[in-house]
Ligand binder design. Structure first.
Ligand code: NDP
Ligand code: F7E
Length: 322
């Protein structure tokens, strides 16, 4: 494993392709690149460029020859979506990442960031989970298919580094939330689902809200603006074969999260738990020592991040992704 070494700053006039620039993470990265005055940003919606099409992806890379690629396009969803559509999560993610990484090799992209997820680690990994826990035990069944696609992505990036010497890297975010998230009640992650559910219950004077599972699982949350900031930091400050964890190092039970959201929206009713819905992994707190050692730490604490996201939801609830 190579050491963390200073690496060249990103060229602000070079073509930078953000795959998935309309999504939660991609849009946050795009906003920060615009703020930092990157002048040559390239983004395509899935309708404009379906990344599962190898031919379209190779044509796109040949035409635009990006010098930096951030791969934030993926099939993404919460616990129920992952558990219900595992074949889609495996197949679409393998296709998207294989096409983009292969095209990036073919057209000699020197710098690329691949995004995975904390669910790549074993279900019962020692907590907090360090990077070297990868592939040391069985995965959580509700997201095994998605996790295996992401693990293949990590190994793909490592293989390109070994075979071609490009300074590609992989980052593994914890659970993310923030503006532009998917607030679908069925397919989203827990935080956007809770914001929508408690806000609807408050608006409609409903006396009881019912959430999924037992409420006892522990989860760690990072605001997507912090995530985007970490991605840009890592592109300029991290250059190792091994994937790097991106999180806060702090977690809470889902029950605590539900109380925080209820408080943030001002809901006064009671909460029940539907234990026919899956809990998923009991805990997946990331060890963020490597990240902190690289010189980056989050700045948006969870209570403030939830308040910001509730405000965003209220302003944008007419135009939500579902
Ligand atoms: N959200 C989270 O809590 C976490 C996310 N991650 C990772 O971060 C990355 C980004 O996730 P996030 O932003 O939340 O996901 P989103 O669902 O918000 O965004 C994903 C984006 O991918 C694009 N996309 C999906 N399929 C295709 C396709 N076939 N062709 C082209 N584009 C496609 C979509 O484009 P369009 O909108 O144009 O359809 C969408 O904007 C993923 O790799 C995910 O695994 C990791 C850990 C946690
Ligand atoms: C980012 C991550 O996201 C997924 O894994 P997860 O962490 O289990 O994510 P989740 O946000 O969906 O659930 C967290 C917890 O919250 C509980 N919960 C309560 N009420 C609701 C609810 O209304 N919706 C949801 N989704 N969960 C709820 C739920 O039962 C669970 O105990 C995978 O896609 C995985 O692949 C991945 O990478």
């Amino acid at each position: 494993m190579s050491e963390i070494t200073p690496i060249p700053k990103l060229d602000k006039d070079a073509p930078v392709y953000v795959a998935g620039h309309n999504g939660l993470v991609g849009s946050a990265i795009w906003r920060q690149l615009v703020d930092k005055r990157f002048s040559n940003l390239i983004g395509r919606s899935s309708a404009e460029l379906d990344l599962t099409s190898r031919t379209l992806v190779f044509d796109f890379f040949q035409t635009y020859t990006p010098q930096v690629v951030v791969l934030a396009a993926a099939k993404v969803g919460g616990i129920l979506a992952n558990n219900t559509y595992p074949a889609n999560f495996l197949s679409e993610n393998l296709q998207i990442q294989t096409n983009v990484l292969d095209a990036a090799v073919e057209f000699k992209v020197p710098k690329l960031l691949f995004l995975g997820s904390s669910c790549i680690y074993p279900k019962y990994a020692e907590q907090p989970i360090s990077e070297d826990s990868l592939m040391t035990g069985p995965l959580e069944p509700t997201n095994e298919a998605y996790a295996l696609a992401k693990i293949a992505g990590i190994v793909h990036v490592q293989s390109v580094r070994r075979q071609y010497g490009y300074r590609w890297i992989s980052a593994m975010p914890t659970n993310l939330y923030g503006p532009g998230d998917n607030f679908s009640l069925q397919n989203s992650h827990v935080l956007p689902a809770l914001i929508r559910r408690y806000e609807n219950a408050k608006r409609n004077d409903e006396p009881v809200v019912t959430n999924w599972g037992s409420g006892s699982p522990m989860r760690e949350f990072l605001h997507v603006d912090d995530m985007a900031n970490a991605c840009l930091h890592l592109l300029e400050n991290f250059d190792r074969d091994e994937q790097i964890n991106v999180g806060t190092g702090v977690d809470h039970s889902i029950k605590e999260i539900a109380e925080m959201v209820a408080d943030a929206v001002g809901y006064q009713g009671s909460t029940e738990w539907d234990t026919t819905k899956p809990d998923g992994t009991p805990r997946k707190l990331l060890n963020v020592k490597t990240l902190h050692d690289s010189g980056w730490k989050h700045s948006i604490e969870l209570e403030r991040g939830i308040d910001m996201t509730v405000a965003w939801f209220r302003e944008n609830s007419g135009e939500l992704r579902t």
